[in-house]
Design a binder for this molecule. Structure first.
Ligand code: AMP
Ligand code: MG
Length: 318
């Protein structure tokens, strides 16, 4: 059921149930982070492998100390600058945080979401919410209550409707090694914005070299339709003359021929608007019965880099 009833969501969560919640990044599949029953259900519903840890959503910066310890100065600086907001910090966990949440690691990922319904819900709870994106493992992330419903139908008792997600892509994830910040995942806050606060930062976003971040799987966010990422779409489309081709473009392109379905991310070339639209556009293209989806890469700067990161993972072959 899709509802705006926050009290109903609270009651289900207090009884170890699972609720899909809106955040400013993407919708989350939320449960009581302190309840093994709830956390197990999240993994089960998502078919998420247990080696992929969850993010804790807390109500405010003050709650941070109840879930983590040994917080580096830079982490506090980042949190005060960006919270509530789309920045996830990976920090040393408190002993009582379950291994299920952290996949056995001694660190836990945590953020304060910037969405009025999520914050109101958290304010009514005395535990953090563990919430990965509300999609089956590996598929396109949901940015509306309808996307979540499309995936889970009635297996999810409620979806808390908070409208379309304002940011539209996942949070930026930052961890620490010897108190030095490291970027684990590009996200809704651009690396340029982060570097304004902490200076030049190391980037480690590939799974294979970095067992500390098992969620950085190379294939993710993937449509079911055959999909290719290209740099010159006008050229690439010529190879598919006999096929039904759908395209995903950053800006409109009136020159394209033999394309049946065109999704434009931002007519004015605005990265934030493009981020807000990218998953909805992928959902639409994937459901439009095309033979092929061609995606044009965005300029690799600012949030464009984060969107490209998602698009690259969407087309990876396992
Ligand atoms: P999602 O909730 O679907 O946006 O995904 C959560 C992301 O956070 C995944 O990519 C996880 O690998 C990452 N994550 C969660 N906890 C940790 C951790 N302790 N260390 C590194 N990455 C983490
Ligand atoms: Mg996800």
């Amino acid at each position: 059921m899709i509802t705006k009833n926050i009290e109903l969501a609270r009651d289900i969560l207090m009884q170890d149930g699972i609720v899909a919640i809106p955040t400013e990044t993407v919708y989350g599949l939320a449960g009581n982070a302190f309840s093994e029953t709830a956390v197990k259900q999240i993994f089960g519903l998502k078919k998420r492998p247990f080696f992929n840890p969850l993010i804790l959503h807390i109500k405010s910066m003050e709650s941070l100390h109840s879930v983590v310890k040994e917080i580096p100065e830079t982490a506090l600086k980042l949190a005060s600058r960006f919270w509530p907001g789309a920045l996830t910090l990976v920090l040393k966990k408190q002993a009582h945080i379950s291994d299920l949440v952290t996949s056995g690691m001694d660190t836990v990922a945590v953020r304060v979401p910037n969405h009025p319904a999520a914050l109101e819900l958290l304010a009514q709870l005395d535990f953090p919410l563990a919430a990965p994106s509300a999609n089956p493992f590996g598929s396109i992330s949901p940015t509306s209550a309808q996307h979540v419903h499309h995936y889970f139908k009635e297996t999810l008792s409620i979806i808390l409707d908070g409208g379309v997600c304002e940011k539209g892509i996942e949070s930026t994830i930052i961890g620490f090694e010897n108190d030095e910040p490291i970027l684990y995942r590009h996200g809704a806050i651009s690396i340029e914005e982060i570097e304004k606060v902490v200076g030049k930062i190391k980037i480690v976003t590939e799974n294979s070299e970095n067992p500390k971040a098992p969620g950085m799987l190379s294939r993710h966010y993937a449509p079911n339709t055959e999909t290719h990422l290209v740099t010159n779409i006008s050229e690439s489309i010529k190879s598919y003359k006999s096929k039904k081709v759908g395209v995903l473009l950053f800006k409109e392109n009136s020159q394209l021929q033999n394309c049946l379905f065109q999704e434009v991310l931002s007519n004015t070339g605005d990265f934030e608007e493009a981020a807000r639209n990218v998953y909805a556009a992928l959902h639409k293209l994937d459901q439009s019965d095309m033979d092929i989806i061609l995606i044009e890469k965005l300029p690799d700067i600012g949030i464009g880099k984060s969107i490209n990161d998602r698009l690259i993972r969407a087309v990876k072959k396992e």
